[in-house]
Design a protein around this ligand. Sequence first.
Ligand SMILES: Nc1ncnc2c1ncn2[C@@H]1O[C@H](COP(=O)(O)OP(=O)(O)O)[C@@H](O)[C@H]1O
Ligand SMILES: [Mg+2]
Length: 414
Amino acid sequence: MTDRRHVTPTRTAGGWNEEAALATSADTLGLTVADEILDGGSPARVYRTTAATGDDLVLKVLVPAPGAVDGHDLASFRHKLHQIERLRTLAPRLAAHYLPVVHFLDGDGWSACTTPFYDSADLAAPLRESPPRTGEFFRRHATLVRALVLDGYAVCSHPTPVGHLEEVVVGRFLRRLPVLRRALPEDLTTAPRITVNGVPCEAPHLALGRLTGRLAPLAPARLMAPAHGDANTRNVLWCTRPEAAEEFRLIDPRGSVEPWDPVYDLAKTLFSLSVWDPALRTGFSVHGSKHGYEVGFRQPVFPGYRAAVHRFLPHLATHEGLSFLFRDDPGWLDRLLLTHALHVLAEAPCRLSDRKPKPDLQGRESTPEALALGHYLLGTLLINDLVDRLDRVGHVDAAGHLALVTDHLPGGGS
Ligand SMILES: Nc1ncnc2c1ncn2[C@@H]1O[C@H](COP(=O)(O)OP(=O)(O)O)[C@@H](O)[C@H]1O
Ligand SMILES: [Mg+2]
């Protein structure tokens, strides 16, 4: 059971900031704060702490910036707790894999929560080893899918509302576009066409316009339980204690109890491997000239990620546990690739609200604007390719499409 409290100290002069909310949270809960953990993907600040009992807890504090994108706001933060509580009754076998929320504080304009510190590495860690342990990554991913899909998503089935993909997948980017327009170079977001890595592209909102009225064949056969909704590789913590090497814990779900599509999460994991995690770990290299933009990842990059991206979809297609899901859902593969392209695009505005330092492997920092720009450019490339392929042949060749972000990049790929 979560210890849930309202904290009512009066508003600090100038409103709450992260330092004040952190100090108040630590004080209220009697925590000694140690290091900040910089691995998260949201504007929340996350710290390792010790309680008076000696327990190691992770404290997460959110003071949202004005105009934070959906998903980075206080309501979503609070709903994460509701979602985990709901799963405890709806899908108890899956819920056993969620780290419990020990405390939840509701402040005035901020929130905070704690979870027990879990000795772990992210799901993609085996892919960064030298040589990469690709087989081990897929073994772990198959275990994750069994919990997330079979013990989670599959416990409910709901009819898919008309216009689901337009609203949830495409609309998520279009709703966030104004935030991006305020931060990216004006010529880039106002031009109807841009060239990316030598490929002439339409602006992404225009390319998406070509899909209007054509997404019905890609729609999910059904929506299912809200099992997670933000299954990036850093939200899956794999135990590093040798005696519990098969164990993992989930954290940081989307923060919604609405029925959901498992393909959205499968696409999120693919996006972690193809663009998001390489970008956060290495930074982007971007060059603009009168000929357009060249975008790639900075060096060094991880060969294991590239291999995993190419094996990911065949691995899903042959995963014995997923056959029941895909059998009557002929649009799943094109939908997964559409959702993947939109995860890349919709991440661009998210990068702007995460102001935490982002040092790459050599200590060079990436600014939020540089990370937003890289996601926007690669997303533009992907969505144009996807719409062209749907136009020309009616479906997407996954290997050729994903090679745009793994093989055909300036500097030699990801
Ligand atoms: N209880 C925990 N034990 C160990 N690591 C944690 C724990 N909670 C969070 N982390 C680490 O902190 C990161 C950020 O936490 P998360 O809640 O996912 O924040 P964000 O919303 O910013 O993504 C995680 O990706 C993970 O690396
Ligand atoms: Mg997270």
